[in-house]
Design a binder for this molecule. Structure first.
Ligand code: SF4
Length: 261
């Protein structure tokens, strides 16, 4: 996956997509060449049909749309002129539910959490900087980050590291990542809604277990792992089976990788 620090964009005219471009569905790495005259709706339909044919879990157009728009820009190295021609920057204020979720994680973290080492923060930051869901910070995220930093610097430490300034917002939870890399996965999971978390398996498939440090770190602790799977499946047996299958796929991919080494 490429390193991405992009803004949120909206398409100017959904009937006009930039020509000679390709979109990648990170779920299974399938490339879709944008056909001449194809509309955004038609492209999304084509991607959803492909997922259905392959037996992948269903995804709605609304969930796929923002992801497709950003990959359309990122995967095609569009010039700024092309970006301006086809897209408009889209204000990325965190939704009310995202701000509440951050406030909850913040409270759990500073009541019960332990300080995370700088080495670990850097590792997490590098994951975010390479994650397709990472976005540049909007005003709301910057305000949340400043408030969070005041508390962190007062009660824990004010240490910094080179990647910190490049960290923006998580496109899934809307949280400022400069702050969130200092939180434990437990604080994050307890405050995340199942709907937010499910964007990860729906967009990244088994790659979520390595692409997102929150998911990766949650697997290292039995209590956190149970919390993660409970949230993701939400008592739904189909979702539970999907999670089990994706996890098995992830485990066998890791075994194959270690054999190749
Ligand atoms: S928290 Fe996870 S999903 Fe969000 S940007 Fe970082 S790695 Fe990606």
């Amino acid at each position: 996956m490429s390193a991405i620090v992009t803004k949120y964009y909206e398409i100017k005219d959904p009937n006009k997509l930039p020509p000679d471009t390709t979109v990648i569905d990170h779920y299974d790495n399938t490339s879709f060449i944008v056909k001449q005259g194809e509309t955004l709706d038609q492209l999304l339909d084509r991607m959803i049909s492909h997922r259905q044919e392959k037996g992948h879990p269903p995804i709605t157009k609304e969930s796929l749309r923002p992801f497709v728009l950003t990959t359309l820009i990122e995967n095609n190295n569009l010039t700024q002129q092309q970006v301006d021609q086809y897209f408009v920057p889209h204000a990325a204020l965190p939704q009310f539910s995202q701000a509440i979720s951050f406030a909850k994680a913040f409270a759990v973290e500073y009541l019960h959490g332990k300080a995370v080492s700088i080495k670990e923060r850097r590792r997490r930051a590098q994951k975010c900087l390479n994650c397709p869901h990472h976005r540049a910070s909007g005003v709301g995220a910057r305000i949340m980050n400043t408030l969070s930093n005041i508390v962190h610097n007062t009660f824990r430490d004010s240490a910094t590291y080179p990647e910190e300034t490049r960290l923006g917002t998580c496109g899934i939870c809307g949280c400022p990542m400069q702050s969130k890399v200092k939180f434990s996965p437990y604080s994050i999971l307890t405050s995340s809604s199942p709907d937010q978390l499910r964007i990860l398996p729906n967009t990244l498939g088994s790659k979520m277990f390595t692409a997102c440090w929150i998911i990766e770190d949650s697997l290292k602790d039995a209590k956190q792992k149970a919390l993660l799977f409970g949230k993701l499946s939400g008592g739904n047996s189909n979702m539970e089976m999907l999670m089990r299958n994706l996890h098995n796929q992830h485990v066998s991919e890791q075994v194959t990788k270690s054999r190749v080494k």
